[in-house]
Design a protein around this ligand. Sequence first.
Ligand code: PMP
Length: 434
Amino acid sequence: PNTKIKMKLEKSLELYTKGKKHLVGAVNSPVRAFKSVGGVPIFIDHAKGSKIVDVDGNEYIDFVLSYGPMILGHRNRVVEKTIEKYLKKGYTFGASTKGEIIMAELVCDAFPGMDKVRFVNSGTEAVLSAIRLARAYTGHNKIIKFSGCYHGHSDALLVAAGSGLATLSLPGSKGVPDEAVKNTLIAEFNNIKSVENHIRKGGVAAVIIEPIAGNMGVIKPDAKFIKQLRELTKDNDVLLIADEVMTGFRSQFGGAQELLGFEADITCLGKVVGGGFPVGAYGARNEIMEMVAPLGGMYQAGTLSGNPIAMACGIATLKELKKQNPYKDFEKTAAFLEREMKSAAKENGIDLQVNRFGSMINPFFTKEKVVDFKSAQTSDTEKFKVFFWKMMEHGVFLPPSQFESWFLATAMTKRDIYKVRSAIKIAMKAVADK
Ligand code: PMP
């Protein structure tokens, strides 16, 4: 452990040490090991509202929010009551339930490009199914993805992926055969020429994009870029897949597509849609979705897909979110955090960029404007490390990586945000003093 960290983390350390015996790196998802920031990875005991508490009793304002799902904060009262009610009915049946139909209606209403939707158990599943569907529909095999965008851990998409791979400085994954990625072409975010070059050669089934990138830190698309991408794909009969696993119901109720004013051919959802339970989804117009079994010949299935408890949690979360309509407030809070980070950085002579979109925000310790994966990687991750631990010491739980977005929740109060401001001031000073 980093001895400079002034926090009580004994119990987390004990669990981490014990956990390493039977769990890989003591975790079930790499980012949770805090490898890029060093020190002891925290183990959580419980959470409520905007706060999360670790096993040593340290309380933090939670900007991780399980990497996005907990948009209402933890254990929202209405959501919790709904889950409790459905728990009493049984956990999984292998036959359909009414909740799946209600959920499908909610999702298709929010995304005009979706006539039909299929629920799965994770973002990874949603995306790998969407790719299979695009290939089935177009009869082509090539797909184009953007450098630094993360679309889950399926073989074909673990190339130039951001997120945990960027955190660990990995270009891709061992164990992925060349054949599995030979049809994956890489383009650069915010660079339409790089997409055009691939499409011109033909054989492309789909372009997949995080319309607001969140897995190399937050990166905004140029308004022109998304418009050009939509036109280019349409003109060439290439499907546009919007991976809204992170942005769906988060950027706006209708996702990044509503906010940016475009319609994808296939949309992938995850995170918020399940409200904290494992739910992913992919959907499209009827003519595309009718390719999926049992209507068509593209096979995709799941024992726990559309799980009744997960559906109940998702429905309650989405309804509550619709009622609260927090998007304008998120924007204001994020703008406030941007101003505070920038002024604290300036006071301390630190080069800083702050990227944000809606309720997603994060700082980069660099002079360069961050518009793609290459510029994101110019951030000084040593400075991020110092910043991260100072924020933790002062009660703010951030993703332990330069390349992850911070998330806002409706449960965050003004008081929470003022507390975060104080922590930012201290943390920026610590970065300067390093
Ligand atoms: N797509 C995007 C845009 C994501 O952010 C993520 C997860 N961070 C995924 C796909 C994969 O989702 P999951 O971790 O639920 O498999």
